[in-house]
Write a protein that binds this ligand. Structure first.
Ligand SMILES: *[C@@H]1O[C@H](CO)[C@@H](O)[C@H](O)[C@H]1NC(C)=O
Length: 226
């Protein structure tokens, strides 16, 4: 029992460590023809997440919310090589010492290109990236000419107050992990499988221990029943 309670308090810590997580859950759209959009997608120079590279560690510029940018700064990513109709989640994880509010949204390629505010935001972000990185990302994408893909928009606003005016005018970049996680059987995120297995084992263990205790301490009482 002592061991069990130690194990249980450890799970509490594990949840606390992941507390700063924001996510979006979506089903992958049907595949579209890439020859139409392929060259355009490569020139955008976005960071891509796919089954092969499902995790990116990034240093993200943030702003405090303002009139023009109520949700801080926007950044754009590509989710590539998805399996149509498969359910996924994208998670952003960050440290508690960098208080930030995040909003995640996924959009199909058509939706972005048909919505002027979205395409403007994407273009502005892409241009900024191209100016900052002189060396171009080489498109590592080689696949069939059909692909299921989505745009991911991340909005990040600093969420703290400091008496230090330097910090308030120019909040420091936030270190984030961005993760693409497919669901197993469309209901359970694959990367959480070890944690899930652990919790299930813990539950079975607890059930077994309670059975033993029940037998040892309570069954004789039952004999008194008349
Ligand atoms: C304000 O924060 C900046 C950045 O962390 C730091 O360099 C500076 O020393 C701070 N100023 C004061 C008055 O604490």
């Amino acid at each position: 029992m002592h061991l069990m309670s130690i194990a249980q308090s450890l799970t509490l810590f594990a949840t606390a460590a992941y507390a700063n997580t924001e996510k979006v859950i979506f089903s992958a759209p049907p595949a579209i023809r890439i020859p139409d959009t392929g060259p355009l997608l490569e020139t955008l120079q976005l960071v891509s997440l796919s089954a092969k590279s499902s995790k990116e560690r990034l240093s993200l510029a943030v702003n405090f919310p303002s009139e023009e940018q109520p949700r801080g700064l926007e950044s754009w990513y590509l989710l590539r090589d998805l399996s149509p109709t498969q359910r996924y989640e994208v998670r952003v994880c960050w440290a508690a010492i960098q208080p930030t509010t995040f909003w995640l949204d996924t959009y199909t390629v058509d939706h972005v290109f048909d919505t002027p505010p979205l395409v403007q935001s994407l273009a502005a972000f892409s241009l900024e990236r191209q100016e900052a990185n002189s060396q171009l990302l080489t498109g590592s994408h080689t696949g069939s000419d059909q692909e299921s893909l989505l745009f991911l928009r991340l909005q990040a606003a600093a969420d703290f107050f400091s008496s230090n005016t330097t910090l308030m005018q120019d909040p420091p970049p936030v270190d984030i992990d961005l993760l693409l996680d497919p669901y197993l059987g469309n209901f359970f995120p694959r990367s959480l499988l070890p944690t899930g297995t652990y919790i299930v084992l813990l539950a079975i263990g607890g059930w077994w221990v309670s059975g033993v205790i029940w037998k040892q301490y309570f069954t004789p009482e039952k004999a008194h029943k008349d």
